[in-house]
Design a protein around this ligand. Structure first.
Ligand SMILES: Cc1cc2nc3c(=O)[nH]c(=O)nc-3n(C[C@H](O)[C@H](O)[C@H](O)COP(=O)(O)OP(=O)(O)OC[C@H]3O[C@@H](n4cnc5c(N)ncnc54)[C@H](O)[C@@H]3O)c2cc1C
Length: 413
């Protein structure tokens, strides 16, 4: 009995390995020349492959219940054990913000993870057919017929579709899998870019372009605060970037798609109360009274930010500090704690790490088999599930790949 996995990414290789372990003869059809190409880009080339503090509630999308249940079958510890078993010991190392739950291979090389997966596929007898882009998939007389772009074809008893979403298309995931699923009557929850930078019409982002600043970000939807993230924000020509922005970008994409107004509000001094800030600013005005007003914030915020904050507060830049009005100080303290950036969009799929949307939970059983077509399974980002930064998305690739591979690889019935 034959299982064909369409798409040799993270979830595809895990699905293939598990199906082979369960006794199936397994072939991977991979469009590119290198299986798992996207893995090379993960975690800035270090591959953040899971998270010791993984909280299933942080996943977004309709397949959240599937994720919660399947993580009990193949969770974080199983992932660590699996990688150890294929010669990739892991280590929990802090992200830039000192979060020590993010797990990487001990060698900190994503290339090692990719290579070990490919070698393990070979060892377990999984055949990987590279440069084999699938362009058609249908089922006749109980067998799947698979058409390839290169003119050849293949047949399979079961198929696992692991073609990913639309994010980072240069790694091969261009969304072509959605059409293959749609041919069986599957609906697709609109794919939207997530874990990426956002666009803002606030002209100050251009002035601040290149600057990085620690901030507490609040997401306001139609004027109501709905979420917060802390971390290093990067200002760009077009808007805002950085991990805290990435973390909120999936929700932002969904809110904008639903025509809601979205604003990111930055608190540049989140550890201080408004009262502390006013006292500090008044003390600085006194201490630096004969100095230029621009020195007021020296040491408190990055210097590139000072002209912008002053312009926004209506404080002239070249007056002595003693001439800064009380109203000016009040306005300045307000902006330091609530600098608003309206958001007009999330950057396109080229700049985003994952796709929000995909095959909905209502169309897949708990073992990830299609309810439209028996013998067709899904795993990875093609399903309607996305997680935050920190190893959540690769964990879903391993978990869902394992579940689909196990179900598809068993032929006893
Ligand atoms: C820059 C970047 C950094 C990231 N960093 C992290 C991180 O550190 N931690 C984390 O958890 N997640 C990270 N992610 C997300 C994570 O990489 C993905 O969620 C995960 O790789 C998805 O796995 P997948 O198998 O579903 O899809 P992919 O890895 O996208 O694999 C899909 C495969 O299918 C192939 N394919 C597509 N269409 C066809 C077709 N028609 N026929 C045949 N083959 C086809 C593609 O060539 C590709 O190889 C990152 C993503 C990016 C872009």
């Amino acid at each position: 009995m034959n299982v064909t996995v369409i798409g040799g990414g993270a979830s595809g290789m895990m699905a293939a390995l598990t199906a082979a372990e369960n006794g199936a003869e397994v072939v991977i059809l991979e469009a590119g020349t290198v299986p798992g190409k996207k893995i090379l880009a993960t975690g800035n080339g270090r591959c953040n492959l899971t998270n010791l503090a993984l909280d299933p509630a942080l996943y977004q999308g309709s397949c959240r219940r599937h994720a919660s249940l399947l993580l009990r079958e193949f969770g974080v510890q199983d992932t660590l054990d699996f990688f150890d078993s294929i010669g990739i010991p892991t280590v929990a190392a802090g992200s830039a913000r000192g979060n020590d739950a993010w797990v990487y291979p001990s060698c900190k090389e994503a290339a090692a993870v990719r290579m070990a997966l490919e070698m393990e596929c070979e060892r377990r007898g999984v055949r990987i057919r590279k440069e084999s882009r699938v362009i058609s998939l249908n089922k006749q007389s109980g067998r799947f017929l698979i058409g390839l772009e290169n003119g050849s074809s293949a047949e399979a008893d079961r198929v696992i579709l692991t073609t990913g979403g639309k994010a980072f298309p240069k790694s091969g995931s261009d969304g072509s899998g959605y059409a293959l699923a749609a041919a069986f009557g599957h609906q697709i929850v609109s794919p939207l870019p997530a874990l990426g930078p956002v666009l803002s019409p606030n002209p100050y982002t251009k002035n601040l372009s290149g600057l990085r600043a620690e901030a507490l970000l609040s997401l306001h939807v139609d004027g109501e605060e709905t979420a917060q993230e802390y971390g290093e924000v990067q200002f760009t020509d077009y808007g805002l970037s950085g991990i805290p922005v990435f973390q909120l970008s999936g929700r932002i994409a969904r809110e904008l798609a639903a025509d809601h107004g979205v604003t990111l509000v930055l608190d540049l001094l989140p550890d201080k109360t408004g009262e502390d800030i006013m006292m500090d600013l008044a003390g600085r005005r006194l201490r630096r009274r004969e100095r230029e007003s621009g020195t007021l914030l020296l040491g408190l915020v990055p210097s590139k930010m000072v002209p912008v904050l002053f312009q926004e507060s209506g404080i002239p830049l070249h007056i002595p500090c003693r001439e800064i009005s009380q109203n000016g100080l009040v306005r300045l303290s307000e902006i330091l704690t609530a600098f608003a950036f309206p958001v007009s969009g999330v950057k396109d799929f080229d700049a985003c790490q994952v796709t929000s949307g995909g095959i909905p939970a209502t169309e897949v059983s708990l073992n990830l088999e299609s309810i439209k077509c028996r013998g067709l399974y899904f795993a990875g980002e093609i399903l309607d599930l996305d997680g935050p930064c920190g190893g959540y998305n690769l964990q879903w690739a391993w978990t869902s790949g394992y579940a689909a591979g196990r179900a598809a690889g068993k032929f006893e019935e």
